[in-house]
Design a protein around this ligand. Structure first.
Ligand code: ATP
Ligand code: MG
Length: 245
């Protein structure tokens, strides 16, 4: 029986946007992945600001966005853990679900360049395969800069017309896949939402509606005109909070 191929696409997804969907679609087809799990990360509530939607909102948006894609699966494994999850732990959990599958970590080159900051990153590299994709403004080849010679030998740079071959999966660990990525980021989506501008083309319609309905990424009290800020302060003072900051 053919070994299953599972992609793991993690991120803050704050919110999930058309750049994520396009990239995942291209990777899925190129590598003939059976499915791709979209794994939004848990961000502790004290780190939430007007810029970071709650884990539940981000999860819900991922679910809505993926409805039209049968091979894309929303995965709440990190959000359900309700604490900061390390990729190595998430990977181990997913491995238990799919003990006989090829597992592929999918990430943009911007994220890959930070890999040395991940807990046990060498163990992650040893345990699963990586597909690193283009992100506008970055060069895929920069991936080599962050790796030692031993890992550099394990990089395979895919030429777009090439067909992916299963024997590569045993010889290499990191696949650099050039794609026509969309120049979209969640940061840009949040900035547009803050200004109340239409999000068409940046996110799917259901996400735009969700952001509007739930008033996500709006300006919050510190940015209100001074008089309103004072009122907010007075309200807070009456509440008698003991916190210093
Ligand atoms: P933010 O601006 O908040 O950092 P983001 O757009 O970078 O958001 P993330 O949730 O941080 O989105 O990214 C999740 C993963 O998706 C990362 O591996 C990132 O490199 C990749 N990614 C994000 N946007 C794109 C895009 N337009 N094309 C290809 N990959 C992308
Ligand atoms: Mg990012």
């Amino acid at each position: 029986m053919k070994k299953e191929r599972i992609g793991i696409f993690g991120g803050t997804f704050n919110p999930v946007h058309s750049g994520h969907l396009r990239a995942a679609g291209l990777v899925q087809r190129k590598f003939s992945l059976d499915k791709i799990l979209f794994v939004p990360s848990f961000i502790p509530p004290h780190k939430e600001s007007q810029d970071i939607a709650s884990p539940l909102d981000r999860m819900k948006m991922v679910e809505l966005a993926l409805q039209a894609y049968p091979r894309f699966i929303p995965c709440s494994i990190e959000i359900d853990a309700r604490e900061k999850s390390y990729s190595i732990i998430t990977l181990n959990k997913i491995k238990k679900f799919y003990p006989n599958a090829w597992l592929f970590f999918i990430l943009g080159i911007d994220a890959f360049l930070e890999i040395e900051t991940w807990k046990d990153w060498q163990r992650i590299l040893d345990k699963c395969l990586f597909i690193v994709i283009t992100r506008p403004g970055y060069q895929l080849r920069e991936a080599k800069k962050v790796l030692s010679q031993d890992y550099r030998k394990k990089i395979y740079e895919i030429c777009p017309p090439q067909k992916v071959r299963e024997e590569w999966f045993s010889s290499y660990r990191i696949f650099l896949l050039p794609i026509r990525a969309l120049n979209i980021s969640s940061t840009e989506v949040r900035q547009w939402a803050k200004k109340g501008k239409p999000l068409k083309g940046l996110v799917v319609a259901s996400i735009e509606a969700y952001i509007k309905e739930h008033k996500l990424y709006r300006l919050k009290p510190p940015f209100l005109p001074f008089r309103m800020r004072r009122k907010e302060r007075e309200k807070k003072d009456k509440g008698g909070s003991k916190e210093k900051r």
